[in-house]
Design a protein around this ligand. Structure first.
Ligand code: DGY
Length: 351
């Protein structure tokens, strides 16, 4: 009879990560693995029953990591690894207080979310929702081609000699990758507002961005109203959480141009949904492209934003490409293993 000399750490994984990633965890003899067995949101009761005494937990953005969660885990907990770049579901001060590490998955989803951001801007500007439904509902035969039927707003400006200003609320990795995709559209005026935390010391910051992206002007503003007033498209690409809750409110939306489009691929809580539905319905703005809505996933067909023909609403699929999700899942698994074994995480959020 052989005794196992390896010390085993209990870890809980809130979703099966599929046949390419689960072996990373299953093959580690040091781990005693408990995996939520169903293909739906991890049940809270099941989670709380299974986390006591664990060293690490791998969570999704739908799993709330708060005091209740941490107290239930107990003092053995070393690491929480979230398969997301966002962390508004995690109570950071509570983790910091207990000296627990947080692993997350930045960078690997930047391209996928930037692609989707541009897609949402185009869909909202060019009436994709209305026009798709005309075809879906079999109504195309009754619409003959007409000079101005289904016209939307044009994003590219090179042939029109127009100035299109793109506004970014938040100017991190995904915003910059989105801008890089828009430059070939002839976009050359950029205005951005980002948190003072990310303020760089360089006095030439904007000139550096102009050079980096090859655009005529990049301007930082501290004034939300100016961002609203001047932008033809506003991309909301800032983190969720209390400090940005409803930062896009009625006041902001009323200041926007009637031809402008709002795109939100970040977190639903940044936007006041009722105000946005009213803004689109009453024509304060042209339309909206949303990958996230406050209260998701409980967003049903009778939601005011879903009912609005010029609001394109997607069910939080920004990072949903096979390539990206695979990278996110394996990075989350590696962060978990490293944290449990007391090694450096590939991506640890500074708390
Ligand atoms: C994240 O990782 O935070 C994204 O919202 C998921 O796609």
């Amino acid at each position: 009879q052989s005794s196992d000399p390896v010390r085993r750490h209990k870890v809980v994984v809130c979703r099966d990560l599929g046949p390419d990633v689960m072996p990373l965890l299953r093959e580690r003899r040091e781990l005693e693995l408990i995996v939520w067995p169903e293909d739906k949101f991890c049940d809270r009761k099941w989670l709380l029953e299974n986390i006591p005494g664990c060293s690490g937990v791998l969570v999704m953005l739908s799993d709330i990591v708060n005091e209740e969660f941490l107290d239930t885990c107990g003092p053995s907990l070393k690491v929480v690894s979230t398969m997301s770049v966002g962390y508004d579901h995690v109570k950071l001060p509570a983790l910091a207080q207990r000296g627990i590490k947080l692993g997350y998955t930045p960078d690997v989803l930047t391209d996928a979310v930037a692609d989707l951001s541009v897609m949402l801007a185009l869909m909202a500007s060019r009436n994709a929702k209305q026009t798709l439904s005309v075809v879906q509902n079999g109504e195309w035969p009754s619409f003959s081609w007409a000079p101005f039927a289904f016209c939307g707003r044009q994003i590219s400006s090179s042939s029109q000699k127009r100035t299109i200003t793109v506004g970014f609320l938040g100017f991190g990795r995904i915003a910059k990758a989105t801008l890089a995709r828009l430059v070939p559209f002839g976009i050359n005026h950029v205005i951005f507002l980002s948190s003072p935390k990310s303020k760089r010391d360089s006095p030439n910051e904007c000139a550096e961005f102009e050079r980096q992206f090859g655009v005529k002007s990049v301007r930082r503003t501290a004034d939300l109203q100016e961002l609203a007033r001047e932008s033809d498209i506003v991309f909301v690409l800032a983190p969720g959480g209390p400090s940005t809750h409803h930062i896009i409110d009625e006041y902001f939306l009323r200041a926007m141009k009637p031809t402008a489009v709002l795109v939100n691929p970040s977190r639903g809580t940044l936007v006041d949904s009722d105000a946005l539905a009213k803004a689109v319905h009453e024509g304060w703005i042209w339309g909206a492209g949303l990958d996230v809505v406050e209260g998701e996933p409980n967003v049903t067909a009778d939601h005011p934003l879903v009912k609005e023909p010029r609001c394109v609403v997607l069910p939080h699929v920004g990072s949903a490409t096979f390539e990206t999700r695979l990278e996110m899942a394996s990075l989350a698994a590696r962060n978990l293993i490293a944290g449990v074994l007391g090694e450096e995480l590939e991506h640890e959020l500074g708390l």
